[in-house]
Design a protein around this ligand. Sequence first.
Ligand code: HPA
Length: 234
Amino acid sequence: MTVHIGAQPGQIAETVLLPGDPYRARWAAETFLSGAQLVNDVRGMLGFTGTWKGNRVTIQGSGMGMPSLSIYVNELIRDYSAETLIRIGSCGAMQDRVKLRDVILAMTASTLSTPSRGIFRELNFAPCANWTLLRAAAAAAEAKGVAAHVGGIYSSDVFYDERPDLNEQMIRHGILGVEMEAAELYTLAARFGKRALAVLTVSDHLITGEALPSADRERSFGDMVEIALEAAFT
Ligand code: HPA
């Protein structure tokens, strides 16, 4: 047990999927895993461990934003020996060609700051995905016929953004979408020598203002979970 995770030693798999939303962790575990068992409910941040095609997997909520994700990922790596960590979450699209329900595979995650910023001081560290996972996820998306965009994303500290000028620069520099967690996940994976990837479903569009109706979300989120699982075990 750690400060924020109540699982016993050995109850967390080496491969961990990280949705922001703990209810999505439950939905994904019930939908895709066999024999899923609740292994964490501290603060309601649900985590489940089961198997997928015979491979042990944990699906653990990370909460919203980099400070929250940082707590869970630090404990998963330091105390439970997680090796492969894949964020599964939603994002806002920042390019016209990226449509609602499309999947974005985040090759890099630009950011203004992360909880790790203090380490780097004046250096702009470049958080990037694990290549093996990224390549496998792209292949899995293609095999499923899911439109997947591979490129840079932006990990923001705010959902209610007061910096439209910054979004304009992100869009101008080809950033595909915005979310709030991947840059810290990639930075921690780099620090501890682990594998990380963010597989994201476009739930809203910053240019067109469209948003996915909640009834529509489940199916497209399902594609994302399957892509993450395929990538982890390729
Ligand atoms: N901003 C930040 N995070 C998000 C967004 C957004 O527009 N959509 C989904 N996650």
